[in-house]
Design a protein around this ligand. Structure first.
Ligand code: SF4
Length: 495
């Protein structure tokens, strides 16, 4: 769609709402004029004495519609608040015009951000009551009622955790970028996953260097580790000796006494065996994630998994035998070869196992994934909506509570990912990272450190290399980049 901005430069806001309302159209900014018959949107901003007003004119498939929204001029106080409000009305005006034109109302309304829970939490922290936030989400942003409630629950879980945190508290992440095969929806690990296995040993050597250097900084600053999350990839691709070596390195370098959560992604059931689980247990891992994504053998095959549903059940039984406080299971709504009925059966089977956490993702179409590259057919938005409706009803009916949620780009139907937990088994790391409550000090392949200054809201990131060979080759740079943690804490946080 051709997009023209008049009297403002909020390109990103316009692009985001265009992709939400017309996901099949690629945004293309122009100064005009637009040739007749081409789909286009003109988004203008004007300032009066009392209000700033955004107006969107859409011309799509020969039909036109106008939408507008305004913000009180007195609320455009500082630069940050003005930007926020002006972007909000720009999106609202576009949303209103698009609804008139298409009749389509996405479940998240005109909200385009990936952290709706954080938005609601911010409103409450600024003094709005829960009822006022609910009204704002429903009326201003046109979020549907059930999503509004999810958003409030996630916001409340975040605010509750925030109360227990000080500026010294951090979460840690270790990224292990290896998997036995590559899933069809994944853009993360290298395409030659099998071949990269010979890099495991040099990768561990490099990671040990990064762990030692990072731990020295954490000690110097007096930071306190509350949670350690090992993700990837699939960390359990490492054998039991390699896992033991890695856990030992972490324990030797970091003070982990204040840590209440030690989570390992044991995502692929075909990487789990009793020895590895016992090593994890012996090193204090208390939450593991076994991620079936689906319980259908046909769908597992379609997404490039080499294991079956029986392997998932075996892995779950082994984990129960070894005994972890929390087992999480991830599912994805919208996978190739799946259907609403198939997803319902998957959820029922997973719920019958009664894991403490169940995370329901919506398929996100990643650029480099096989599904996107090969144009693999996937369930349509209506089917995905039915799958999610079923999960909302079944999980809340069984006493699970939604404790964190996030959205991603290019998600089927513009839906969301929701983490559900039995009360009291919420994951610290998942809430902390989604609500941006504390710094996440990250090490390993594909890891990104996020430095958070609670008082000012300032956030900065340090990115590690993604693929094993890049990580190994770039370890000197990766280790030196960690020094920035000291600069950030020196400037932004009063410890
Ligand atoms: S298990 Fe996760 S990281 Fe590994 S290939 Fe599949 S989606 Fe990608």
């Amino acid at each position: 769609m051709k997009l023209i901005l008049k009297d403002h430069e909020y390109k990103y806001a316009v692009e985001q709402i265009q992709l939400t309302m017309f996901p099949e159209e690629r945004p293309e900014f122009t100064d005009g004029p637009v040739p007749e018959g081409e789909n286009c949107g003109t988004v203008s901003l004007s300032y009066g004495e009392k209000y700033a007003t955004a107006v969107t004119m859409l011309n799509v498939d020969g039909k036109t519609a106008r939408g507008s929204a305004r913000a009180a001029a007195e609320k455009l106080t500082d630069r940050f608040e003005s930007d926020r409000l002006l972007q909000k009305i720009i999106k609202q005006s576009f949303f209103r015009a698009a609804v008139k034109l298409t009749g389509r109302r996405p479940v998240w309304g005109s909200l385009t951000g990936i952290r709706p829970g954080k938005l609601a939490a911010n409103m409450m922290e600024k003094g709005m009551t829960e009822a006022e936030v609910r009204t704002a989400l429903l009326k201003d942003y046109c979020v549907e009622p059930r999503r509004t409630e999810l958003c409030l629950e996630a916001a409340n879980a975040g605010l509750a955790l925030k109360k227990s945190l000080t500026d010294r508290d951090i979460a840690m992440y270790a990224g292990i970028p290896f998997c036995p095969t590559r899933c069809a929806y994944c853009s993360f690990v290298s395409h030659s996953v099998e071949k990269s296995m010979k890099l495991v040993e040099p990768f561990l050597g490099a990671l040990e260097r990064e762990i030692a250097a990072t731990a020295a900084i954490v000690r110097e600053l007096g930071l306190r580790t509350r949670s350690l999350y090992m993700g990837g990839g699939t960390p359990t691709t490492l054998d039991s000796h390699q896992l033991h070596r890695l856990f030992t390195c972490l324990e030797t370098n970091f003070d982990l006494h204040a840590m209440t959560e030690f989570c390992v992604e044991a995502g692929r059931p075909d990487t789990i065996d009793e020895d590895k689980l016992k090593v994890m247990k012996a090193h204090g891992v208390n939450r593991i994630s076994i991620n079936p994504q689906t319980m259908s053998d046909e769908v597992l095959k379609a997404i490039g998994r080499r294991h079956t549903k029986d392997d998932i059940l075996r892995a779950f039984d082994l984990a129960a035998k070894v005994g972890f406080d929390v087992v999480n299971m991830d599912l994805i709504a919208g996978l190739p070869a799946d259907s609403a009925e198939g997803f319902r059966a998957t959820l029922d089977e997973v719920m019958a196992l009664s894991p403490e956490n169940i995370t329901v993702h919506t398929l996100s179409l990643k650029k480099g994934s096989r599904i996107t590259l090969e144009g693999t057919p996937i369930p349509d938005d209506k089917d995905v909506g039915d799958m999610l409706d079923y999960s909302l009803e079944k999980l809340s009916g069984a006493g699970y509570v939604p404790y964190y949620l996030y959205r991603q780009k290019f998600m089927s139907g513009g839906f969301e990912n929701i983490g559900w937990s039995k009360p009291g088994t919420e994951s610290f790391y998942n809430i902390a990272i989604m609500e941006e409550l504390c710094s996440i000090i990250a090490m390993g392949g594909g890891a990104s450190t996020k430095l958070v200054a609670q008082e000012t809201g300032k956030i900065e990131r340090i990115f590690n290399a993604k693929y094993p060979y890049e990580y190994i080759d770039g370890i000197d740079r990766i280790v030196s980049a960690k020094d920035y943690i000291k600069d950030f804490y020196g400037k932004e946080v009063h410890l």
